[in-house]
Design a protein around this ligand. Sequence first.
Ligand SMILES: O=C(O)CCC(=O)c1ccccc1C(=O)O
Ligand SMILES: [Mg+2]
Length: 370
Amino acid sequence: MIRIQKVVLHHLSLKLKTPFESSLETVTDRESIIVEAEDQRGVVGYGEVVAFSSPWYTEETIQTCYHLLKDFLIPLVFGNSFEHPSEVQKVFKRLKRNQMAKSAIEGAIWDIYAKKQETSLALQLGGSRKEIDAGVVVGISNQKTMLNQIETYLADGYKRIKIKIKPSQDLSIVREIRKHFPNLPLMADANSSYKLTDINRLKELDQYNLLMIEQPLAADDIVDHRLLQSQIETPICLDESIVTFEDAKKAIELGSCKVINIKPGRVGGLTESIKIHDYCMDHAIPVWVGGMLESGVSRAHNIALASLENFSIPGDLSASTRYWEEDIILPEVEVRNGKIKVPIDMPGIGFGLNEQAIKKFTTKIDQFNK
Ligand SMILES: O=C(O)CCC(=O)c1ccccc1C(=O)O
Ligand SMILES: [Mg+2]
């Protein structure tokens, strides 16, 4: 039984090595909240709030997550006990949405649970892979920079490259990349920057053999995506549109996508992620783990999740050094021959916290006791 007695929120401000540009926003400073939860036996687990400082990707922000954690979720966790982490989302259910806030504390409880079972989080989630394929994302910038980055990442061994696109920079960059790397496993993420009226542009992308196009249309749409999917060969992958298991079910039933990107933060936690994973597997929809420019804590959860069977496409899972001069976990995430080792012989998330690094990046600490 898990009875949470104490929660510490570590507010961090991390600096990305270089600004990351998508069709919606350029991220330079990455705020984050690390949730440290402790149970009645003193077992400690970690989770991470992956919301951004402003609501450009989904409606949540670091501040809305802080509010939810402080005023609703932490009190609910203190008021309940858990045989298994899958019960956490039931306790949270009467609070609408706020998936990233919920996911952060649920993730910490999953970590505690796995540690108490003296097994890895990957194993507890039902994962079977010992290593996973690494993928990396190239943000929007000029063509030369993007091409250089791709070359560097391929030399580093990455198996799959995702680029960010927008209507004013799509065909030209894809054409250029294909000229240099005709067989590269390549995909493009539009972060909902197109409209159905852009359908001819999107149809033109069809000729470049992309693995998929991610979230071309509106963040809250699954109907227009259905029409678009019926008109293009390239598989559509939904990201922003899938915030719950029900969303995934509806999108698949409608035929709005052929692939889904699962981010625990976006869907309210690991329990919901597994549910979506399992449903997609039954319906022959491959899934991959998406990234949030996160620190190593959320990355550790993502690696564990990616060890499940139907995560058959390399995710946005790159090395710590992709975004950080210094990550906040030990050891840092490493990519060797395009693979990341799943720490299956370690209890819980399988990475320790780098206390010194955390201290350096901390802007505020809150402690809550039951
Ligand atoms: O490398 C990463 O962490 C993922 C980069 C990425 O594509 C992304 C980063 C921030 C917010 C949304 C997205 C996305 O997948 O749409
Ligand atoms: Mg995306």
